[in-house]
Design a protein around this ligand. Structure first.
Ligand code: ACO
Length: 702
């Protein structure tokens, strides 16, 4: 299927409904009704062996009896009849088949589901579903869902894996006055999936923002590719269930798909420029804002408020969404002093105080419009006794218009009772971004602002490092031949050397005499580590001694490690003791990677050392990545400040971390038998002085 071809699924010229029914309340009845009432202008062919006419359309006893071509066939017969219906539709030459019927993969019957897909694909047809509630397209005036027959047309496209939630979203969007350009239920994704549907909405001119409800992704690589192409032209908001372990299990059983690791999913969609919403309300707000409001392209924002509390809340939210607040005190003072009482504040947030009237707001917002340095505004309002509430709606309308004309972004958070709610409803009807909650206003602006930054950024192609792949492969060959699924410590060090990652000098001593010789040669202090295929977590087994300063300590240490390890695992075969140069203190990080079942190889960076699992300050990216992306990983961990030099320390060598991320990415890419890799700790020194990868754990598979 070429990318543009899927249009016929959404905008067919003819639709057959196998299982069309004359009985109100049945799904086959509702689909035909919705086609009719939705104003569909193409040909409709209800198929039913017993009926003559449904909703004014002539009924056919079988799809084979239809005279003209059929672009789309909708199936609403029970599961047991579905395969035969698909076979007949394929024989008729239909290109797209949507299967509303449930009772396939989601209840474990993958055999029938696969048989249906094979039959369709062999005949040149594609399947959407089964287990869906249908498809709606405003451009095609085509509503083949069995839900509402009065979907409000508009410019938000919704692609949903959950049918019931999709139906509820139609109702909720209508209530919130959000018009839809597309609604597609994806269901079991037996053949077509969200990546295919994205192809249509990317090209659909009426779609200005895309909302996706996702439970699990089967083909992450295709998904990322489609998502990147979508975000290059339109904002995409994703609502994904299954953040918790229990939620992920529920999601997996709901549509029979792989829920995967939520942290990887989260990282991947951000990497592809999409935003992740936590709640339906958040998702609707963001989509509505992105679809209907001029995007905030500029940077200097001010908050204007009559309440100190909501001003502080908005300031916090700005930090969360990286919205830069304008800070030139002279400009702010000059612009906002005239309408701000002495007990207010002209520092951003501008607090015009609880006594402010609509006239004061008009003046303050006229000042933000007139001040060229101010590029975006968040206007917050708390209902007060002194405010002339009857003037709230006109004030917002007028000030919105003024800012819009000047190309300045503006959002409103209006907090209050019934009258304020009425005002919000009236404003939203006119497409004005007015919200009842500060977080909704700031987050809508923030998501849109971050999206503008994403599309303004150059997205470089992949960067790879030059590594000795053949050398690494021969290490893996030997380990696999030895029956192991992991590399020994010294083999891990050899992999690092082959990838050009700096490691401390080290060698394995098969005897105490050799250990003494190596330590004397390296110079004290040294580290002694057990080398054993039976001991993966060396520290836990008492197999590591740091800071060995003298020959006598080597002798004692050698004995202690052997005793500890034998106690930990009496059957452990000990190949020797690795004597390693003691790395001087620095800041500890981790670089690693693994293969995600959906998204393939992913690289990880974070705060390292022994607390990595407790702190969980790590970020992921799906491969490939550019050096810029690797740099953004470094900048986005919470501990990033440690790298810019804290408490008088010099800046750390960030370039060498970026190099290491790219080297580990290259290992994962070029050595598919490596399943997991963890280089930890990586001790990073001051700028220009590089790093040392102290330890690595590498898992392998055939
Ligand atoms: N060709 C054409 N029509 C046929 C054929 C045939 N070979 N055989 C039977 N029919 C007709 C029937 O006579 C009937 O029409 P009638 O009412 O005029 O007699 C019609 O097809 C439907 O068949 P029924 O046996 O009445 O099936 P029913 O409508 O009860 O159920 C359905 C079919 C809706 C597909 C059901 O099996 C099902 O899967 N329901 C769940 C659907 C669902 O929820 N999907 C997921 C949506 S997303 C979400 O979560 C909400």
């Amino acid at each position: 299927m070429s990318r543009g071809e899927i249009k016929r699924l959404f905008e067919p010229e003819s639709v057959a409904v196998i299982g069309a029914s004359t009985t109100p309340g049945k799904i086959g009845y509702s689909v035909v009704r919705n086609l009719r009432n939705g104003g569909y202008e193409g040909k409709v062919y209800p198929i039913n062996p017993k009926a003559d006419e449904i909703w004014g359309y002539k009924v056919y006893a079988g799809i084979g009896k239809v005279e003209g071509p059929v672009d789309l066939t909708v199936i609403t017969v029970p599961a047991a009849l579905t395969y035969d219906s698909v076979k007949e539709a394929v024989a008729k030459g239909t290109k797209y088949i949507t299967i509303i019927t449930s009772g396939f993969g989601e209840v474990g019957d993958y055999e029938t589901e696969n048989k249906i897909v094979a039959c369709a694909n062999e005949g040149g047809a594609r399947i959407l579903g089964p287990n869906i509630f249908g498809v709606f397209s405003a451009a095609g005036k085509c509503n083949t869902t069995f839900s509402a027959n009065n979907i409000l047309p508009g410019n938000v496209a919704i692609l949903t894996q959950s049918g019931a939630l999709g139906i509820a979203m139609i109702g909720k969007t209508a209530a919130a006055n959000i018009g839809l350009s597309v609604m597609a239920s994806i269901g079991n994704k037996s053949d077509l999936d969200e990546a295919d549907c994205l192809e249509y909405v990317i090209r659909d001119d009426s779609t200005k923002a895309i909302l996706m409800y996702v439970e699990g992704i089967k083909d992450g690589i295709r998904f990322m590719d489609a998502l990147r192409r979508a975000t290059a032209v339109k904002p995409v908001i994703i609502l994904k269930a299954g953040r918790s372990q229990r939620g992920a299990m529920a999601a997996a059983s709901h549509t029979g798909s792989l829920a995967g690791s939520d942290e990887i999913f989260d990282a991947v969609i951000k990497q592809c420029g999409a935003a992740r919403a936590e709640t339906l309300e958040e998702a609707f707000n963001w989509c509505n804002f992105a679809a209907n409001t001029p995007p905030p392209k500029k940077h200097n924002f001010v908050i204007i408020t009559n309440g100190g509390g909501i001003g502080v809340m908005a300031t916090d939210a700005c930090e969360t969404y990286n919205i830069p607040l304008y800070d030139d005190q002279n400009v702010l003072k000059e612009a906002f002093t005239p309408m701000t009482p002495a007990f207010g504040s002209v520092k951003n947030p501008i607090d015009i105080t609880g006594g402010a009237t609509s006239t004061d707001y008009n003046l303050a917002l006229a000042a933000s419009a007139a001040t060229k340095e101010v590029e975006g505004v968040m206007a917050l309002y708390c209902e007060t006794a002194t405010f002339d509430t009857e003037n709230l709606t006109p004030m917002v309308k007028e000030t919105y218009k003024k800012h819009k004309e000047l190309g300045k972004a503006i959002v409103y958070a209006l907090v209050g009772g019934e009258l304020v709610s009425d005002s919000i409803r009236a404003l939203q009807k006119d497409g004005i971004p007015a919200y009842s909650d500060v977080m909704h206003a700031v987050s809508s602006l923030g998501v849109s602002y971050n999206y503008q930054n994403y599309i303004a950024k150059k997205h470089d192609a992949a960067d790879w490092a030059k590594i000795d792949t053949a050398g690494i492969n021969s290490i893996i060959d030997r380990a696999l031949a030895d029956g192991r699924s992991f590399l020994l410590a010294n083999e891990g060090s050899d992999v690092m050397k082959a990838a050009g990652v700096a490691i401390p000098g080290s060698e394995v001593a098969p005897s105490l005499e050799k250990a003494i010789e190596l330590a004397e040669k390296m110079g004290y202090p040294v580290v002694m580590k057990v080398v054993s295929r039976d001991i993966l977590h060396k520290s836990d087994a008492g197999g590591v001694i740091l800071g060995v300063k003298h020959k006598d300590d080597v002798i004692a240490g050698y004995d202690t490690i052997i005793k500890n390890c034998k106690k930990h695992n009496p059957k452990a075969v000990i190949d020797g003791i690795e004597v390693t140069e003691m790395v001087s203190a620095g800041t500890e990080f981790i670089v690693g990677g693994r293969r995600d079942p959906a998204f393939g190889p992913v690289v990880m960076f974070g705060l390292g050392g022994v607390y990595v699992e407790v702190m969980k300050d790590v970020v992921f990216r799906a491969l490939p990545i550019s050096r810029d992306e690797a740099r953004s990983m470094v900048d986005s961990i919470k501990a990033a400040k440690l790298l810019s030099g804290v408490r008088g320390q010099a800046k750390r060598d960030v370039n060498s971390i970026v190099d290491t991320i790219i080297k580990v990415s290259t290992i994962l890419n070029e050595c598919p038998r490596i399943t997991d890799i963890e280089v930890n700790p990586i001790v990073v020194y001051e700028e220009g002085k590089g790093l040392k990868a102290v330890d690595s754990r590498i898992m392998i598979a055939k």
